[in-house]
Design a protein around this ligand. Structure first.
Ligand code: 9MR
Ligand code: ZN
Length: 545
């Protein structure tokens, strides 16, 4: 494939290109008039026939959508859907259908590790040398050296940002905590052992997060070079690293994820768990002394990520909820109540709004909870799931997104919505929204009007040229697998995207698999982590009591 031109999808019938569980709801989507469809196996033998249904006009794609429902075809195998001269990409029906994609989106974090080399026995052809290990200077004085090596590269760039990292690690840790059976035996072929691989991988990030804390408990917002690196391998990015100012959002998020992790790792490594608790407590003390919001703004001349926020209400709430869940100390319960006097969304689980993670902490806590408050939190998730279900039902592609939701990194919001379906089911101990969570994954993996699977290495027609420095610099045709692309963005925010996306393009089609389109096709750790959570639910399931 040429890296500059954007390939058009050869398929006009859209399916989850990974596939479906035998007992899942299965709907292929067409955007051309058709009346019937067939399912053919790899020997082109027809295995199923059915009538399509006109779904109607779908605003976010601009398509008139027809749908082929083959839910009652449950035989394991590899197939395509056909209609007239058109066909779908290949997909499977199988119990283990998500194994590869699940393993890949989780292994992606290993490929993004910073501060170490990636050895061939773990990384194969994607091996590379040690990166970003030189001491960083405090940006403020440009003199003081500090060791903040480690953690994951944030995204297509080589920056490491605390709020983004805390969010991604929290998604993974909650996925493990809520759906442990999906992870316990999942081998990722990474260097560590002695605990489930997902925990070993998160530990790599947590150790870095702890290094980002200053002696007084405040946490630096980010460590990056002053300007984004050119498209070179990480070991060749030798620009001076800087540690930028402390922010209250970074301090709260770092404390919160460390408190969450402290409880989880206790069983595996007492002293690590203890260190995490101390980090979290120090963050609390710093925040007490700094009750005002201290945001982050890039200094002039610096063009790496800002991750600015408008306030830190949800971050502080999340921290206090995690501290209460960890210690049962009433003083944190009082702080939870106090922080709820501010207004912020209590189901959001992105990288700026953390209220949903705080609610999760409270609902999963082993200590006594205020029944009214707990009910309010779980009702919020259920109400939000119901609202999203209605949106999904109105979308030809089953996606729970409205026009306004297709902004930078929209695929994260799709996955966070999948998370809300999962969380709601978890607390109801039912599988009411399982098909809706799956529908969000189906969209990500090909049931969308671009026809792309937005996960590298997965699906017959998949994105392969994300804005990801090592993938572009390594000279290897096939991109590192398991990277979730940011996806359609109705406000193309880079020059290449402005050129490639004609004005008036419907939101769901504002996408190009092009390395220069960072506003449409970058990757980030928190886009991957939200996909891991959804897969954790679909593969681990709800334990009915
Ligand atoms: O996801 C962020 C998006 O909402 C912003 O509009 C954009 C521009 O500031 O930045 C995005 O975040 C990037 C971060 O700043 C640096 N690493 C890559 C992130 C994804 O593009
Ligand atoms: Zn690095």
């Amino acid at each position: 494939m040429d890296k500059i031109t954007v390939k058009r999808c050869p398929f006009k019938i859209f399916v989850n290109q990974t596939g479906y569980y035998p007992d899942s709801r299965k709907i292929a989507v067409m955007n051309f008039p058709c009346e019937s469809f067939r399912i053919i196996d790899s020997g082109e033998v027809c295995r199923y026939e059915g009538k399509t249904e006109l779904f109607g006009y779908d605003e976010n794609s601009g398509d008139t959508v027809y749908r082929a429902d083959f839910t009652d075809f449950t035989e394991e195998g590899t197939y395509r859907v056909t209609s007239g001269n058109e066909k779908s990409a290949e997909f499977s029906i199988a119990e283990n259908v998500y194994d590869k994609v699940f393993g890949d989106v989780l292994k992606a974090f290993y490929y993004l590790r910073c501060g170490c080399g990636l050895e061939e026995k773990y990384a194969g052809v994607y091996k590379h040398g040690k990166c970003h290990t030189s001491p960083a200077l405090l940006y403020d004085d440009k003199k003081t050296e500090t060791d903040v090596s480690g953690g994951w590269h944030d995204a297509g760039d080589y920056g490491r940002y605390v709020t983004a990292g805390a969010c991604a690690a929290a998604h993974l840790l909650y996925a493990y905590k809520m759906f442990p059976t999906a992870f316990e035996k999942r081998q990722l072929n990474i260097p560590e052992s002695g605990m489930p691989d997902i925990l070993a991988e998160c530990r790599y990030e947590l150790e870095w997060l702890m290094k980002m804390q200053r002696e007084d408990g405040g946490v630096y917002h980010k460590v990056t070079t002053e300007r984004h690196a050119p498209f070179v391998m990480p070991e060749d990015d030798n620009g001076q690293l800087y540690v930028f100012a402390v922010s209250s959002s970074a301090t709260a998020d770092c404390g919160a994820v460390c408190a969450l992790a402290s409880g989880i790792y206790e069983k595996y490594d007492k002293s690590f768990s203890e260190g995490l608790r101390i980090t979290a407590e120090k963050a609390c003390l710093w925040l007490e002394k700094n009750p005002e919001f201290i945001g982050f703004k890039n200094p002039d001349g610096c063009n790496t990520g800002g991750y600015g926020e408008r306030d830190d209400y949800s971050n502080r709430f999340w921290l206090y909820a995690e501290m209460y869940a960890l210690t049962g100390d009433k003083k944190y319960h009082d702080k939870i109540k106090k922080s709820l006097e501010n207004n912020f969304p209590l189901t959001a689980m992105g990288y700026t709004e953390m209220g949903g993670l705080g609610a999760l902490a409270y609902l999963l806590c082993g200590y006594e909870t205020d029944k009214v408050l707990a009910k309010q939190f779980s009702d919020n998730f259920r109400r939000e799931a119901e609202r999203l279900k209605n949106i999904s039902d109105k979308c030809g592609y089953g996606c729970a997104m409205e026009e306004k939701d297709f902004y930078w990194g929209s695929n994260m919001l799709v996955m966070v919505r999948g998370m809300i379906f999962a969380v709601s089911d978890y607390f109801e101990k039912k599988s009411t929204y399982k098909n809706y969570a799956a529908a969000q994954l189906n969209y990500l993996l090909g049931v969308n009007p671009t026809g792309y699977s937005y996960v590298t290495g997965n699906g017959e027609f998949r994105c392969n040229y994300p804005h990801l420095r090592p993938a572009n610099a390594d000279g290897i045709d096939e991109c590192i697998p398991g990277m979730v692309s940011g996806g359609p963005n109705r406000f193309p925010g880079d020059r290449a995207a402005e050129m490639l996306i004609p004005k008036g393009t419907p939101p769901m089609k504002c996408y190009a698999d092009n390395v220069d389109c960072y506003s449409l096709n970058e990757i980030t750790i928190y886009w991957n982590s939200s996909a891991v959570f959804v897969l954790g639910y679909l593969c681990g399931g709800i334990t009915k009591s």
